[in-house]
Design a binder for this molecule. Structure first.
Ligand SMILES: *Cc1c(COP(=O)(O)O)cnc(C)c1O
Length: 360
């Protein structure tokens, strides 16, 4: 078996232990005599899997009893529309902080259903920082405030929460869920597509405060109403059963490792190894400076397009794959999610050093 170090932004690496467990259980799960893929979602064996997945996520993330945990489909992108359709209840008005492509897409979709205020943006500097906000900038009568917790493409993250008073705070954690400790109970809702840090593509996690559910706009389709999924235990229709099962295995793996606080330490160590090298390199530069740097996605450049391309080609040949940067930033990007071991980051830094020596 030849596995590479996969720095893909998503879908991305899964822990090897998870893949091996899934492989072992692939053909016959427990005593059921069938694959999880072949199970009715209404069977008791499957109910146990989804219940266990929810219980593990509740405990790992410290989710209070007044929140619903929903397993949805359509990716984080579908949430961009579901959020306004469900939460434009009072004034059909929301505040958005623009920190990248995903935040912009979310704001654009919401603007189809009501008034969207852009309270702050970092677009002036190619989204390379997190704009400062204070309580006075937010609308008192907004139905909610939305921001993107970790900016997958630009490599920035919020290290503190915007002060929005009593307005429900909503965040897209697609690329940072389970990577660092956050206080879920400060939010009206958090959501994440699974395929970066939680499991395979096909399932989207939504954690929604109960009192916000049940007030959707009249035009909201049944399948896009959180109430539909909340009242039916995420089984109004067939959920993405196998993807949820893999999420359960990932959550078990994380619990065994010591939980979110333990993986945060490892993530901080990995990020430090990489940023320290980049900050001292005379060839490579990280595109984000200072405190706003992401722990998960690290974009970097040489400043020379041809040299960047050469790096991507040679690193791929060395078993360090998917390091090509997003087309809107160029250069390289190393995504070092929970499943990327410290050894993978060390191997990357060794390769960066070698490349720097050879291309001075
Ligand atoms: C990848 C990503 C998305 C899009 O997710 P889909 O599941 O493909 O819709 C949205 N937001 C963030 C922060 C992402 O990283």
């Amino acid at each position: 078996m030849n596995r590479v170090y996969n720095f893909s932004a998503g879908p991305s690496m899964l822990p090897l232990k998870v893949l091996e467990k899934a492989q072992k259980e692939l053909v016959a799960y427990g005593s059921t005599g069938m694959s999880v893929m072949e199970m009715s979602h209404r069977s008791s064996a499957y109910q146990e899997i989804i219940d266990e997945c929810e219980a593990l996520l509740r405990s790992l993330l410290g989710i209070g009893d007044n929140y619903k945990v929903l397993f949805l489909q359509g990716g984080a992108s579908t949430q961009f529309g579901m959020i306004p359709l469900n939460f434009f209840t009072e004034n059909k008005k929301a505040d958005y902080i623009l920190t990248g492509v995903w935040a912009k897409k979310a704001a654009k979709e919401a603007a189809r259903y009501g008034e969207v205020n852009i309270v702050a943006s970092s677009e002036d500097k190619t989204f390379s920082y997190i704009p400062k906000t204070d309580a006075s900038m937010f609308s008192k009568d907004a139905d909610y405030v939305h921001f993107t917790h970790n900016n997958t493409i630009y490599g920035t993250r919020f290290t503190s929460l915007p002060d929005v008073g009593n307005v429900p705070l909503i965040t897209d954690m697609s690329s940072s869920i389970l990577s660092e400790v956050i206080d879920v109970n400060k939010f009206g809702m958090i959501y994440a597509g699974a395929q970066k840090n939680m499991g395979p593509a096909g399932v989207t996690l939504a954690v929604v405060r109960e009192d916000l559910i049940g007030k959707a706009m009249d035009i909201c389709p049944t399948m896009l109403n959180y109430e539909t999924h909340s009242e039916n235990g995420s089984m109004f229709n067939t959920p993405p059963t196998y993807a949820i099962y893999i999420c359960k295995l990932v959550a078990e793996w994380l619990k065994e490792l010591g939980g979110v606080a333990a993986i945060q330490k490892i993530n901080e160590e990995k990020a430090k190894i990489l940023y320290d090298y980049l900050d001292n390199s005379s060839l490579f530069n990280a595109t984000v400076e200072g405190a706003d740097r992401s722990l998960m996605n690290v974009p970097f450049v040489t400043g020379d397009k041809d040299l960047d391309a050469k790096f991507v080609k040679e690193s791929t040949a060395a078993g360090l794959v998917n390091l090509k940067g997003h087309r809107s930033v160029g250069g390289m990007r190393a995504s070092i999610y929970n499943a990327m071991p410290v050894e993978g980051v060390k191997a990357l830094v060794e390769f960066l050093k070698k490349f720097e020596m050879e291309n001075k």
